[in-house]
Design a binder for this molecule. Structure first.
Ligand code: PXG
Length: 460
């Protein structure tokens, strides 16, 4: 075996120790312990290596976050330099530091001009926790403290902490930890599965109108905000019909409900625009950010506020009773700054929009456009979903679509490519630095995995 690293211990040794001490995310721990997790030991560019020396093309940017890929020396150098100079200080005690100041300057030079302030967090979940408190505080300051209810969507994902999972619409998560008061949900705009006889445009408007109905049911005087991902990520990479966002924006404006975009996955170039709401053409009041802010090299997130909200909170709000030990952490900020400089300086977002994004989608349509297992190809930029279907004419989905998608994902691992499965959809979201050759490899290996799946589904 010719490994680009020296594994320090045997895989089984790592696995046994992991099973003894570690509860993993979103998994049946007992089943995982029996199987033994893959031990990832190295990353370079789009590639990962496990402790057995097997190489994978990471088609998911880790968890939708490594925009620059693995092993970027400029990011590690920024972290090391900041650790040497000032490894930690806080934002309490009337203090700040250059790394976070420079990060904010660069961040707002990339954002549309109607945003002015950010509250830094360590994760996307925390950004959405802070969102609830900030939105409610905003309405208090405006003399409307009864405006407290947040509306989210079924099958939306906003994080795994208590309030963030309540905002999200994953029922199995609600069942585990309970809900919080003053949160309501409407349906997701998943036309392929739920559109029935309606055209996508009709269905998109229908889903948006559910928001209006919910606001009227709850009373607009009680509704603080509507939160949604511009496209659903964890819920299956679902793009709403074009009619959806303009109508949602109209409704939010009409009833004075804040429009809160969760850009944790969509932000920082994924769609070929800096932020996904720019791709869909709407103007949220707040943006929750994380993941691609640091390319995942260190944990950092934030809640971006419009000038209008920030002005009310800063000029009229008095003490803002919120703060985390690690808000604006200097090392995370230095890494985020280096990351954004690279994304901008190397023209990576533009490259996704003009070159690699269209290249990927042309390729996917060539390879899967007439594939017997694939009913729809969605996405833009370096973001794509393949929808499994049993009957293309009626859009009938397999009863066991989840198992098939999981199987496809496993075939992917065997072929040396990491793609994600959700409810009968295969998702890819490779690092934004992916070359055309790497995208060729991604699609080629995915085709092998999908063909193998089609065979067990009786479609090939
Ligand atoms: N909002 C959105 C839209 C997300 O996708 C979060 C908030 C929470 O971020 P943190 O940093 O607290 O995890 C997320 C996270 C998946 C997957 O398998 C997606 C996420 C996390 C884990 C798995 O698609 N998104």
């Amino acid at each position: 075996m010719n490994l680009p690293f020296e594994p320090q211990r045997q895989t089984q040794d790592y696995q046994a120790s992991d099973a003894a001490h570690h509860i993993h995310a979103f998994v049946d721990q007992k089943a995982l312990n029996a199987e033994g997790p893959r031990v990832m030991v190295r990353g370079e560019g789009l590639y990962l290596w496990d402790s057995e020396g097997k190489r994978y093309l990471d088609g998911m940017s880790g968890l939708w976050c490594t925009q620059l890929g693995y092993g970027r020396k400029d990011l590690t150098a920024a972290a090391a330099a900041q650790m040497d100079q000032l490894a930690y200080y806080n934002m309490f005690f009337h203090t700040t530091h250059p790394a976070v100041i420079e990060l904010s300057e660069l961040l707002f030079s990339l954002l549309p001009k109607h945003y002015s302030h950010v509250i830094y967090t360590n994760s996307g979940s925390e950004a959405n926790e802070v969102l609830i408190r900030t939105v409610r505080r905003y309405w208090q300051v405006l003399g409307k403290p009864q405006k407290k209810i947040m509306i989210g969507r079924w099958n939306g994902y906003h994080g795994s902490t208590l309030a963030a999972s309540a905002l999200g619409g994953m029922k199995f998560m609600h069942e585990m930890g309970g809900l919080i008061p003053d949160v309501a949900h409407i349906d997701e705009p998943y036309w392929y599965a739920q559109g029935g006889e309606l055209t996508p445009a009709e269905f998109g408007r229908r889903c948006a109108l559910q928001l209006e109905e919910k606001i009227l049911e709850l009373g607009a005087q009680n509704v603080a905000g509507f939160i949604a991902e511009p496209f659903q990520g964890a819920g299956g990479m679902i793009f709403p019909p074009e009619s959806y966002w303009p109508e949602v924006q109209r409704i939010c404006r009409q009833y004075d409900v804040l429009l809160c975009a969760d850009e944790v996955i969509g932000g920082f170039g994924r769609t070929g625009e800096w932020f996904a709401h720019q791709h869909f053409g709407f103007e949220p009041d707040t943006l929750s950010i994380a993941k691609g802010l640091t390319s995942g090299y260190l944990p950092m997130g934030g809640l971006v506020l419009s000038k209008r909200m920030a002005e009310a909170l800063v000029e009229r709000g008095g003490v803002f009773a919120h703060g985390l030990t690690y808000s604006g952490h200097p090392v995370a900020a230095a890494v985020a700054l280096a990351n954004l400089k690279a994304l901008r300086g190397e023209g990576i977002v533009r490259q996704v929009k003009d070159d690699t994004g269209p290249y990927l989608h042309t390729l996917l349509h060539e390879v899967f456009g007439n594939h017997p297992l694939i009913g729809e190809i969605q996405g833009t930029g370096l973001l794509a979903a393949l929808q499994f279907v049993e009957d293309k004419g009626t859009r009938k989905r397999f009863a066991n679509e989840n198992d098939l998608a999981w199987q496809c994902r496993t075939f992917g691992f065997e072929e040396g490519v990491i793609i994600r499965s959700t409810l009968g959809r295969m998702i890819m979201a490779p690092a934004l630095v992916a070359s055309r050759a790497e995208l060729d490899e991604l699609v080629d290996k995915t085709r092998i995995a999908v063909d193998r799946t089609a065979r067990i589904a009786g479609k090939l």
